[in-house]
Design a protein around this ligand. Structure first.
Ligand SMILES: *Cc1c(COP(=O)(O)O)cnc(C)c1O
Length: 412
């Protein structure tokens, strides 16, 4: 006898709200705007503060029923054991670093990371955390950087904007062997295309603003615990949080110190927008990934284009990892023109992709990388992160593929 097949990703997603027992039979979790939560018996209020009354709320900075519903969805999507949501992706990363690291600790980070994450790593270094930035496409570089005080290894599954892919499986195995926390920013791919738990990640980060929300109308971030890391071995967990199920210790500290005390709480309104946006995740990714691949193939053979960075092209240096682990290549690509002096002209000639920063909107967005999002970083950092002056980033939207190809054809 075969075991019954569990409902698929989207099937679970679109039915998850009503299984929480939504008031009045609503099929969506409503937007709870209340800041205060009152109780008939003061003992229940005390129970919420002391953590003995499960599922209770006291003050909206620490979460609402609306953020809790989104957190439950995200936990399911990554098949983890818990989630804490934040106002933005950067708030999630900041809370994680600030609550899990102390002065004198060391971390190893991929050098191919989101620009503001790279800038935050500089702040962490100013605060006394040693940071080694390595080319994580080869596990040997990560291993060579490890020190006795290394607390975590940080990578992005598909780096923005260069599309580099870390040696995910080998880094996961290395972290497991050494008992080091493996933190993976899975913003671009989302759990539909890849689940970092499959390569041993302990914590997964999302900027919900991008792939998961999808519509360019809400900011949000999240940290999800996969349940794979043994927090009882992690030195920086405060004594107060070393009680109960050890699999929850990390997230409890991130929620208390990183959300309650630092205060970058996701609003109920945005949690709701992200929740409904997430329902069409698989449909959006199927369309944008197919379009991005066709467009990448078109650009790669075009005489005006020098180079295309897209993981599902056989020319991509980590194509084998992408083929093995990712369901599709996503909507993110970048490319370089042969004549880089034509960069602005070509972008201005495009009628569909909008010259704008931001990612994973339903509309295609295009941006020259060096003079904008990586301008403040300076030439030396750009060279180290392999961001050439002519690199153009494209976030592929839901426009029909033929329309985009025709637009690029006329612009080039
Ligand atoms: C955008 C982004 C972030 C930051 O997210 P915000 O929601 O904009 O704060 C972090 N990591 C990656 C990979 C991103 O693309």
């Amino acid at each position: 006898m075969t075991a019954p097949t569990p409902p698929s990703f989207t099937t679970q997603l679109v039915h998850s709200d009503r299984h929480f027992g939504v008031e009045h039979g609503g099929v969506h979790k409503p937007i709870h705007t209340s800041v205060q939560y009152g109780f008939d018996k003061v003992e229940d209020l005390i129970g919420v503060f002391q953590g003995t009354l499960k599922g209770g709320y006291n003050y909206a900075r620490q979460g609402t029923p609306t953020t809790a519903a989104l957190e439950a969805k995200l936990t399911k999507m990554e098949q983890g054991v818990g989630c804490v949501s934040f106002a933005t992706g950067m708030a999630a990363i900041t809370a994680l670093f600030m609550t899990l690291l102390r002065a004198g600790d060391h971390i190893v980070s991929s050098k191919f990371v989101f620009g503001n994450t790279n800038s935050l790593l500089g702040t962490m270094s100013d605060l006394g955390v040693q940071v080694s930035k390595v080319d994580a496409t080869a596990v040997a570089h990560v291993e060579a950087a490890l020190q006795p005080n290394t607390r975590l290894v940080f990578v992005e599954t598909l780096a923005n904007p260069g599309t580099q892919i870390p040696d995910l499986e080998a880094i996961g195995a290395l972290c497991k062997a050494k008992g080091i926390l493996f933190v993976v920013d899975n913003t671009i791919l989302s759990p539909h295309l890849f689940r970092p738990a499959t390569v041993g990640a302990g914590l997964v980060i999302h900027s919900l603003t991008k792939t998961i929300a999808g519509h360019g109308n809400a900011l949000g971030g999240a940290v999800i615990d996969t349940g794979l890391f043994d927090w009882s071995c992690y030195p920086n967990i405060a004594q107060a949080y070393r009680t109960g199920d050890a699999r929850q210790w990390g997230l409890v500290q991130i929620r208390k110190k990183g959300l309650r005390d630092m205060g970058a709480t996701l609003s109920a309104q945005h949690a709701h927008l992200i929740s409904t946006g997430a329902e069409t995740l698989t449909l959006r990714l199927a369309q944008t990934s197919a379009t991005a691949l066709a467009l990448a193939q078109f650009l790669e053979q075009h005489p005006a284009v020098a180079k295309v960075h897209y993981p599902m092209l056989p020319s991509h240096p980590q194509h084998a990892i992408a083929k093995k682990h990712f369901k599709a290549g996503s909507w993110l690509m970048s490319f370089e023109l042969r004549d880089t002096s034509r960069c602005n002209e070509v972008i201005n000639r495009l009628k569909l992709p909008i010259a704008a920063t931001g990612l994973a909107d339903n509309r295609s967005l295009i941006i020259p990388v060096a003079p904008t999002i990586f301008w403040e970083a300076g030439a030396a950092v750009r060279a180290d992160m392999r961001i050439d002056d002519g690199l153009i980033r494209l976030s592929v939207g839901l426009e029909e593929c033929a329309d985009l190809v025709a637009d690029f054809e006329q612009a080039l």
